[in-house]
Design a protein around this ligand. Structure first.
Ligand SMILES: Cc1ncc(COP(=O)(O)O)c(C=O)c1O
Length: 459
């Protein structure tokens, strides 16, 4: 593109300086954020009006009284009531490099200077090419995945994955999924999701078969799940379109299973030519590798894989054999130029700056955060923070008796005291943290103080 005006835009020193200046100024403003702050009484009534108005226009109040001002710093975020909170949920896992990261901001500004806001599959710009290439490079390192198709969210990436599997196995319609699965909010993804609260009033389509998730208390857990799997195959045979699973369950309760649990099922799928689709919408970039299938060493079994969240965009990967015929998957939007540019920058930072692997920053944050929860559980919050664990930047803990009521109360008390996290699971209910990869030891210490104070307040 050397002789193009696009190259001129990219190389313009004047634009570079202006962008650098804008980021510098935004950073200087953000640097005034120096830790947790209580709401400002003078802002309370305007903030409440905005929040009530959001509730009024969308027909449902906000879960937390959260509306951001657009300024944050690392793990901290400022809200319109003047408060500053430690954000350990990050929009349910989007802001993997925290708030107001200078390089993410800079890449976003670059994206905003493009001639178009939204990119599509018919007329893509450069960002579409660059992020697709990066994603294929990452996915193909430890799997047979070869192609990627962009979409705007995890649910749509999943719909594309399912269509690719069904087309490959046409006319098969049944899907084998795990107990406690979560797959998104479309009609079919709600059907794959194993939580009745997320599909109240929807009809049953009877296209999903269930297999039990790993039970760490049962030494025969893997054999039992395989046996149920085989029963489904014996009954439905060629009518099975695919097996889908989250390598670590997200909404279902931050449930971790070892490689040995998955292997027999995956080998059975290979033997019987049942397509394997890994839903990595929540696990992508979080488990200490880009893909949890790498963490588990099962990449070779994966035919189709989906991601979203930290990529700032949805994407479906597939192998050579699962490349769908033209016409099956497309759509107007493939992502905003800002999302594609920022997503690429995030992936490059995570790839090049020692975040991944056993000695990487993600593994260190996991260790320190889980140790902090365990320390509280054995000292000042004795027995009130059980089973801290998870993988990488996905950490959960069962507080008190694990009932919904107690977990909800604790979550809102933590929020009031300055820490944002969320729930997952349904018996036991857990507190879940989607930690940013820039979390520091000092931030973890702040979290410790707030968790301790909040537990004491409600128990
Ligand atoms: C495992 C999994 N699949 C799919 C989705 C749906 O993604 P989205 O909300 O981007 O549509 C989610 C969202 O939380 C998820 O965790």
């Amino acid at each position: 593109m050397l002789n193009t005006k696009g190259h001129q835009l990219e190389q313009s020193l004047k634009i570079k300086n202006l962008l650098d200046e804008a980021v510098k100024e935004a950073q200087a403003i953000g640097e005034q954020i120096d830790g947790i702050r209580a709401p400002d009484e003078k802002l309370a009534s305007t903030a409440k009006t905005v929040m009530d108005d959001i509730g009024a226009v969308r027909g449902r109040p906000l879960f937390f009284p959260f509306v951001g001002t657009g300024v944050g710093r690392g793990a901290y975020v400022e809200l319109i009531d003047g408060s500053v909170k430690l954000d350990l949920i990050n929009g349910i896992g989007i802001h993997v490099l925290g708030h107001s990261h200078p390089r993410v901001m800079s890449a976003s500004l670059r994206g905003a200077l493009s001639d178009i806001v939204m990119q599509g599959n018919l007329e893509p710009n450069r960002e579409y090419h660059l992020i697709s290439k990066k994603l294929v490079d990452l996915a193909s390192r430890n799997s047979r995945l070869k192609y990627v198709w962009l979409s705007t969210c995890g649910t749509m990436a999943n719909e594309n994955a399912l269509k690719a599997c069904r087309q490959k196995k046409t006319p098969a319609r049944m899907v084998i999924a795990m107990n406690a699965a979560f797959a998104g909010r479309s009609t079919m993804m709600a059907e794959i999701t194993d939580n009745p609260n997320f599909k109240v009033g929807l009809p049953e389509y009877n296209e999903v078969l269930r297999v039990p998730w790993f039970d760490k208390t049962d030494p025969n857990s893997s054999a039992k799940s395989l046996s149920v799997f085989k029963e489904h195959v014996a009954k439905h045979g060629q009518n099975i379109a695919c097996f889908t699973f989250e390598p670590m369950q997200g909404e279902g309760g931050y449930n971790v299973a070892p490689r040995e649990f998955f292997l027999p099922i995956l080998e059975f799928c290979r033997e019987h030519k049942i397509p394997v689709w890994a839903d990595e919408v929540q696990t992508f970039t979080r488990t200490g590798n880009f893909f949890a299938f790498e963490t588990l060493g099962i990449g070779d079994f994966i035919d189709v894989c989906t991601i979203a969240k930290t990529a700032q965009n949805g994407a479906t990967f597939y192998t050579e054999e699962f490349n769908p015929k033209p016409g099956l998957i497309s759509g107007t939007f493939s992502g905003s130029t800002v999302s594609l540019a920022a997503g690429l920058e995030i992936l490059n930072i995570l790839d090049k700056e020692n975040y991944m692997g056993p000695g990487g920053k993600i593994a260190m944050i996991h260790k320190e955060f889980v140790s902090m929860l365990e320390d509280l559980n054995s000292t000042t919050c004795k027995g009130l923070l059980q089973d801290a664990g998870g993988l990488g930047l996905m950490v959960a803990v069962t507080p008190m008796d694990g009932t919904k009521d107690k977990v909800d109360r604790l979550m809102h008390t933590l929020y009031k005291n300055g820490l944002i996290c969320f729930g997952c699971g349904k018996g036991p209910y857990k507190l879940r943290f989607l930690l940013p990869a820039i979390l520091t030891s000092a931030d973890i210490n702040v979290a410790k103080g707030i968790i301790e104070k909040s537990i004491k307040e409600i128990s």
